[in-house]
Unconditional design. Structure first.
Length: 149
């Protein structure tokens, strides 16, 4: 199997696994994940969204954290009022419980920058991101995303 075909197969398998996990999650009971919609791939959109910060993530763990933070900002930008603040507060609490309170100012600044970036450059994209997976190849990190249509 050629390298390109192998990468495509790995990406397909990652996406299939992610779909099964989302469909099995009780929060999404009865939801069916579908493919073949006409919108651009959400993973490509998110890669554009995080592009200015990509060089900060030099390991898979760091890349996953960058994507996680970006997705919190993305989804928060689609919410208003109390729902937005609840999502930010929950993510903030989770992150600071492991990173330490000394990171609070940096976290708040990064979330604010990402939300503003989403609202400025990706305002017309109203798709909510449900889940993601990062896989690593020899040369790069690959991103699979499940989102609303």
């Amino acid at each position: 199997m050629g390298a390109r075909k192998k990468r495509r197969s790995e990406a397909t398998n990652t996406l299939k696994t992610l779909k099964k996990q989302v469909e099995a999650n009780p929060h999404f009971k009865g939801m069916k994940v579908v493919e073949g919609l006409t919108e651009e791939k959400m993973s490509a959109v998110v890669l554009d969204f995080i592009a200015p910060y990509r060089e900060l993530a030099t390991s898979k763990a760091a890349y996953e954290k960058l994507v996680s933070l970006a997705l919190v900002a993305w989804n928060a930008s689609l919410m208003e009022g109390a729902a937005r603040q609840a999502l930010i507060d929950k993510a903030r609490q989770t992150i600071l419980s492991s990173a330490g309170i000394e990171w609070a100012k940096d976290l708040d600044q990064m979330l604010t920058m990402l939300i503003k970036r989403k609202e400025r450059y990706f305002a017309n994209n109203k798709r909510m991101i449900i889940d993601f997976r990062v896989s690593e190849t020899k040369d790069e990190f690959r991103l699979a995303i499940i989102s609303t249509p």
